[in-house]
Every structure is written in structure tokens, then in C-alpha cells.
Design a protein around this ligand. Structure first.
Ligand SMILES: Nc1ncnc2c1ncn2[C@@H]1O[C@H](COP(=O)(O)OP(=O)(O)OP(=O)(O)O)[C@@H](O)[C@H]1O
Length: 255
């Protein structure tokens, strides 16, 4: 496959923190990666391997000190996070990020429906979209469709993360970044949201990168599994090679 076919291409990406000081450190150390349309990539790696930094680079929150990022063949290395938010959506680990706490569930979704648009927010447009919002919320299977007029700070952590996910995907993003988005939830809520995440990504054929610390989840979900170690991609399993991986195979990377 040629590089033109890649949705996103990272070319020799390096990042440096505290440049020019005694604490200067290289975090990502030459990442080369092609993300193809429809890829669902699980990103696995020990603490400090650089997983979040890699997502930050993709989102435009961290500028690489070296290397280039291409989106559909176009160099976007210098594009701001805001500009990239037209095609990249993200869900964070912290349920407090990604939603506006004092606004209702429906108002939050109205924000999501306007993502990337310049026109000002018109809350009176809400009425016309309620049915569509209810449908999107029902699909995540968390009872949120009955809480459309509840302020977000009244929701449970699980419901808030489910809403963050619905918001991130309401306008189908070209690339969805999931930064351990279920890690702060109890096991049952976490499982439920992961299942809903997988179903939504498959159904909408969303290209996604998901950080997880759970080897079982990395085996279960996605068509690709990357292992990151010390700022480098040390393994890239895909398709049949990923499907036949076992816990034992993966455990070797974390001994
Ligand atoms: N702004 C920063 N200043 C200094 N060090 C940083 C900064 N951002 C990241 N680091 C360091 O870079 C390394 C990689 O961090 P990163 O958060 O990307 O790792 P991670 O793989 O996501 O880890 P975890 O699994 O613990 O979340 C860590 O050692 C971290 O301390």
C-alpha cells in the first residue's frame, strides 16, 4: 500500500520536553506509522512509554521536535489542535474533560453537533435535533436518552464518559483518539462502555486509536495492536497476526 492511501502518516516523529534545559528529554524517538482508513488500533505499552504523547502529537497538542505528520497526503505538522479538531475527536480518561458540566446533556450534544463549524451556537436549534440526539444516546445503552435535560455534573462518571464518547462521534470524525477512556470507571461500567465503543466504531467504520493498559482488551478489540516501548513502536500486529496473538505472547513485552 502506498503512503497516499494512508489516512494519517507519521514520519520519523520525535518529541522533546524541557528543551535547552538540564531536564531536556526525548520522549518519542522516531515514530514511523501509517494509520489506514478503517484501522482500529489498540496502543499498548508500559507507564511512560509515550502513548499519551503520541496521541497528543496526533491531536496537535504537542508539536514534534522532528518529523512530519500527513493527513490524506497533506503535511499538517504545523496545523493547530483547533484546526485538526475538524477531523480528529478525542475522549480522555478523566470524565470531567470533554463535557461542559453546567450544560444539559442535550446542550452538550448541540455543541458536539456544531464541532468544526464557524457559525455561532443557537440553542433554539435544540428542539429540532432532540430526536436525533435521543437516538444517538440510546445507542450507547446507558439510559442517557432519559436524561437529556439533566446538567452533566449530575451524571455518574460512567454516564459522563458515555456522553463524551457520543459527543466525540456524533459528527463522525476521520480519526478518533481514545486515551484510556474507560480507565476511571468501575469494572462493569468500563466493560459496558468498551463494548459500546467497539460496536460504534465497527458500525460507523471509524478509524480509531485506543490506549489501553489491559492486554485482554488489546487482544479483543481492533484490527491492529501496537506495542510502544521507550518512545518507539516495537511491534505492529495486524489482521491475522493480531487475531492469533495470545496473552502469553503479549506478556513477554512486559516482563
Ligand atoms: N510535559 C512534560 N514534561 C516532562 N515530561 C513529560 C511531559 N510529558 C510527558 N513527559 C514524560 O514523557 C514520558 C512519556 O509520557 P506519556 O504520558 O506519553 O506516557 P504513557 O505511555 O502515556 O504513560 P502512562 O501509561 O503512564 O500514561 C513520561 O516519562 C513522562 O513523564
Amino acid at each position: 500500500m502506498t503512503s497516499e492511501a494512508a489516512l494519517i502518516k507519521l514520519e520519523n516523529i520525535e518529541t522533546t520536553v524541557n528543551p535547552g534545559t538540564a531536564d531536556e528529554a526525548k520522549i518519542l524517538k522516531g515514530i514511523n506509522l501509517e494509520i489506514r482508513e478503517g484501522d482500529f488500533i489498540c496502543l499498548l505499552g508500559g507507564n511512560g512509554a509515550g502513548k499519551s504523547t503520541l496521541l497528543n502529537v496526533l491531536a496537535g497538542e504537542v508539536s514534534p521536535s522532528k518529523g512530519k505528520i500527513f493527513y490524506k497526503g497533506k503535511d499538517i505538522s504545523k496545523e493547530s489542535e483547533e484546526k485538526r479538531s475538524r477531523f480528529i475527536a478525542r475522549v480522555f480518561q478523566d470524565p470531567k474533560l470533554g463535557t461542559a458540566p453546567r450544560m444539559t446533556v442535550a446542550e452538550n450534544l448541540l455543541l458536539a453537533a456544531k464541532r468544526g463549524e464557524r457559525r455561532p451556537l443557537k440553542l433554539r436549534k435544540l428542539k429540532a435535533q432532540r430526536a436525533a440526539f435521543a437516538k444517538a444516546l440510546a445507542a450507547i445503552n446507558n439510559g442517557l436518552e432519559d436524561k437529556m435535560d439533566v446538567a452533566v455534573d449530575q451524571l455518574s462518571g460512567g454516564q459522563r464518559q458515555a456522553l463524551s464518547f457520543v459527543m466525540a462521534t456524533y459528527k463522525r470524525p476521520d480519526l478518533l483518539l481514545l486515551d484510556e477512556h474507560t480507565a476511571a470507571l468501575d469494572p462493569r461500567s468500563s466493560r459496558k462502555l468498551l463494548e459500546a465503543t467497539d460496536a460504534s466504531i465497527r458500525q460507523e467504520q471509524i478509524t480509531a486509536v485506543m490506549i489501553t493498559h489491559h492486554m485482554e482488551d488489546a487482544l479483543k478489540y481492533g484490527n491492529r495492536l501496537l506495542v510502544l516501548e521507550d518512545g518507539q513502536v516495537i511491534r505492529d500486529f495486524r489482521g491475522a497476526a493480531k487475531a492469533k496473538l495470545t496473552l502469553n505472547d503479549l506478556a513477554k513485552f512486559f516482563e
